[in-house]
Write a protein that binds this ligand. Structure first.
Ligand code: NDP
Length: 500
């Protein structure tokens, strides 16, 4: 990397990875290898093996053995916490490398990738405390002859399937909490962004995680991902991705072993702006909410619902923000919006932009590819005159495309916000506490932001209402999600006989 420049250089050769089982890399050997090109530059950056079903069996066996012999779940919370703390420190030590590979494979700006990696270290540090705080309940009110205990026990072997939009962040919103609960893991990252998941497995081994507790299989979703969701020896599966594949996960669990599921799926998240908001703050927040990660974010604020009296003025304010935002090379320190991660996603976004035009929405700005000589980039796009039935108002675009719908009353704003099959996140911008609370209580969403957006951290749980998913990740809720409850009745003293 050239330190005198504000732009990191590309690697001269792609980095070769193996997959990770029982505490060590397994080299690709004779397996097929997937070569990943950087979305911002279109040059090869990593080479990742395509695992076979036998490889998956080996990884599941390893996680199964590690769980069943209690080498991890049998440790006390203090010992588990020590490993998680060391992992947090090692993530900080290797932060530059992790952020670099995250940017190379995903196309997100390097400054953003670094901030995400720092947040991931924080997740491990916070979850280490939870490993020590996890506890059950007791009932001392069952009479002198009986004591009741409720214990929380780890579910077992957890499969994790993560998408390509936040490969390291989404992983770290799950792994430390799952490990804090005492479970063991088989992770399957998206084929196009596998590098940092493999690096995390290395880090955990170095931090002292017993072998077999963190395994990573690589390959495509339709092959190795499908085999993982159907696997009969996996006790729970955490899936993050599209609602369409989420449905397949539910079907596969039903067909195999009724594994417990956690699902974080799509979103079509409202940004409700009242006329009495600090409009300057709101415009900046709204632009950030859809520009961050090129809008390839399940919690992107993709529907702007704005009070009619300020709608025209506010849309100009957002347009002015879009005009100033720095789109460009993800390896440049100054970049705020990077490249679109996959060709398929690029096509999907451009097709939605075309649909918006043909369905009669008014394009205020953007709407086109940006040409930097290589890679794929889309200009932040704003559509007005959007109506409820248009596909750009209803479907998850997963790109930097914002639609505007005006409202006249609080009730109407809430109705528009709830007019979606999704319920992942929502934001409201107003200086009126009554309106803020009314909207927060009545709009159906698992995450809510008032006068801010996309704020997060390890303490608060994540997850969706409606078709945005099941279960919660992060915080103590995220640890408890990976436990099952056992109730224990303990008789004290002599039993009252059934047969005298
Ligand atoms: P997918 O849902 O297809 O991919 C998400 C993850 O699931 C990836 O790891 C993928 O692996 C894996 N996967 C794919 N098919 C299967 C399967 N049959 N069984 C098990 N795992 C599978 O999303 P896409 O990448 O195709 O993106 C399509 C749309 O999904 C986006 O436009 C966006 O709307 C939405 N999406 C939502 C996300 C969110 O955070 N909620 C994240 C990503 C996408 P692989 O990539 O290797 O094929």
């Amino acid at each position: 990397m050239d330190k005198s420049s504000t732009r990191l250089s590309l690697p001269t050769n792609p980095r070769e990875f193996g997959f990770f089982v029982d505490g060590a890399y397994v080299p690709a050997g004779s397996r097929e290898v997937f070569s990943r090109n950087s979305p911002g530059h279109d040059v090869p950056v990593t080479r990742i093996p395509k695992c076979t079903e036998e490889d998956l069996d080996m990884a599941v066996d390893s996680a199964r053995a590690a769980f069943d012999d209690r080498r991890w779940s049998g440790l006390n919370g203090q010992a588990r916490a020590a490993v998680l703390l060391r992992a947090g420190a090692l993530i900080r030590e290797r932060a530059k490398e992790i952020a670099y590979f995250e940017t190379l494979e995903n196309g997100k700006p390097i400054s953003q990738a670094r901030a995400e990696v720092a947040g991931c270290a924080d997740m491990f540090e916070y979850a280490s405390g939870l490993a020590r705080s996890l506890h059950g309940d007791s009932f001392n009110n069952l009479g002198d002859g009986m004591l009741g205990l409720v214990t929380r026990e780890p579910v077992g072997v957890v499969g994790i399937i993560t998408p390509w939009n936040f490969p390291f962040l989404i992983l770290c919103e799950r792994v430390p909490y799952i490990l804090a609960s005492g479970c063991t893991i088989v992770a399957k990252p998206s084929e196009v962004t596998s590098a940092t998941t493999l690096i995390l497995a290395e880090i955990l081994t170095e931090a002292g995680l017993p072998h077999g507790c963190m395994n990573v299989v690589t390959g495509s979703g339709s092959t190795i991902g499908q085999a993982l969701i159907e696997h009969p020896r996996v006790d729970m599966l955490s899936f993050t991705g599209s609602t369409a594949v989420g449905r397949r996960v539910v079907e596969a669990a039903g067909r195999s072993n009724f594994k417990k599921l956690g699902l974080e799926l799509g979103g079509k998240n409202p940004q409700i702006v009242f006329a009495d908001a600090d409009l300057e703050d709101a415009a900046d927040g709204v632009a950030f909410g859809i520009g961050f990660n090129t809008g390839q974010c399940c919690v992107s604020g993709s529907r702007l619902i704005v009070e009619r009296t300020v709608a025209e003025k506010f849309s100009q304010m957002v347009r002015d923000k879009f005009a100033k935002v720095v789109v460009g090379d993800p390896l440049d320190e100054a970049t705020q919006i990077g490249a679109i991660t996959t060709d398929a996603q690029n096509r999907t976004i451009m097709a939605y932009i075309e649909k918006g035009r043909t369905e009669g929405a008014r394009l205020i700005c953007g709407g086109e590819q940006m040409d930097f000589g290589r890679g794929r980039y889309i200009a932040p796009t704003l559509f007005a005159d959007v109506t409820a039935e248009m596909s750009i108002a209803r479907e998850e675009i997963f790109g930097p495309v914002l639609t505007i719908m005006p409202f006249d009353t609080v009730d109407e704003a809430i109705k528009i916000a709830n007019d979606t099959e999704y319920g992942l996140a929502a934001s409201v911008w107003t200086k009126n506490i009554d309106k803020a609370l009314m909207v927060t209580r009545r709009v159906q969403a698992g995450r809510f932001w008032v006068n801010t957006t996309l704020a997060g951290g390890p303490e608060l749980p994540l997850g969706g209402f409606k078709q945005s998913g099941w279960g919660r990740e992060a915080g103590m809720y995220g640890v408890e999600e990976y436990t099952q409850i056992k109730s224990v009745h303990i008789e004290i003293g002599k039993r009252t006989p059934w047969i005298a």
